[in-house]
Design a protein around this ligand. Structure first.
Ligand SMILES: Nc1ncnc2c1ncn2[C@@H]1O[C@H](COP(=O)(O)OP(=O)(O)OP(=O)(O)O)[C@@H](O)[C@H]1O
Length: 252
């Protein structure tokens, strides 16, 4: 049966996670709709990384569920969620420093193509991965740097490579945790343009501290404070929300 046009690419319902006496995420529900950038903002310690960990699959929630394209993936591990099309890039680099940009993207592509290409001979399998990797590198403008070891790329290029690795997976949804960090104005403007182009292919759940970038790029914003979503809406709605201004933006 065809999915309804507006079925969320990703949805979480009632996610809860406590570390000892501290509830890091408290009954969090939100969704990611086709074509959108949904920004998740909140002060330090609000629970953003814990929420991302539960969505990606390396933190098991105490309660609640995660759905990808309408399928309940709560019991699946990180690799299985990636195979289903959950692409991600994180604050802490997951690149293999000595390997070339292309090889890093090929490893990422393998996460999806490993099973579907297994019946092919190794040479053809390698070619398939390489094509997926090169297409992803081209999307982020890194084709000329394909053979350069990740360790020799600039900080901005490494962030772009991380996005390329997420794309090589052929994602249905993207989780990006602070992709703008350390990029500077020019780098973050370039990455912002890229994210705006990418969202039509795979909607993006964006955790970002750079409020200028968030207000420029987001179609919707959810605000997490002390583990709870205190507001969710358009940029205008969040800007005008008195509770958000008080709890997060630090205004009276
Ligand atoms: N593994 C853990 N064990 C114990 N406490 C944890 C653990 N991970 C996170 N916490 C606590 O849970 C709360 C939420 O942390 P989290 O890292 O999810 O917040 P965040 O919104 O991502 O913060 P930041 O913006 O600083 O990255 C914090 O109080 C943190 O100290």
């Amino acid at each position: 049966m065809a999915e309804p046009a507006h079925a969320p690419a990703l949805a979480v319902h009632g996610l809860r996670k406590a570390f000892g006496g501290l509830t890091a995420t408290d009954d969090v529900s939100l969704d990611l709709r086709p074509g959108e950038i949904h920004a998740l903002i909140g002060p330090n310690g609000a629970g953003k990384s814990t929420l991302i960990g539960q969505i990606a699959g390396w933190i098991a929630p105490d309660a609640g569920r995660v759905e990808l394209g309408g399928e309940d993936v709560t019991a699946l591990d990180v690799a299985a969620r990636a195979r289903l099309g959950l692409g991600r890039s994180f604050q802490v680099s997951s690149l293999a420093a000595p390997l070339s940009a292309r090889r890093n993207a090929m490893i990422a592509a393998q996460a999806r193509q490993g099973s579907s290409f297994r019946f092919l001979r190794p040479v053809a399998w390698d070619r398939g991965l390489r094509e997926a990797a090169d297409a992803a590198l081209a999307r982020v403008g890194l084709s000329p740097r394909a053979q350069v070891p990740a360790a020799e790329l600039s900080h901005g290029e490494r962030r772009l490579l991380e996005v390329a690795c997420a794309l090589a997976l052929g994602p249905k949804a993207l989780l990006l945790d602070e992709p703008m960090a350390g990029l500077g104005m020019e780098g973050s403007a370039r990455l912002g343009d890229l994210l705006e182009a990418l969202k039509a292919e795979a909607p993006i759940l964006l955790v970002e501290h750079d409020m200028d970038a968030v207000f420029r790029l987001a179609d919707r914003i959810s605000v997490l404070v002390a583990g709870r979503v205190i507001a969710s809406g358009s940029v205008e709605e969040i800007r005008g929300d008195a509770e958000v201004r008080r709890a997060y933006l630090g205004e009276d």
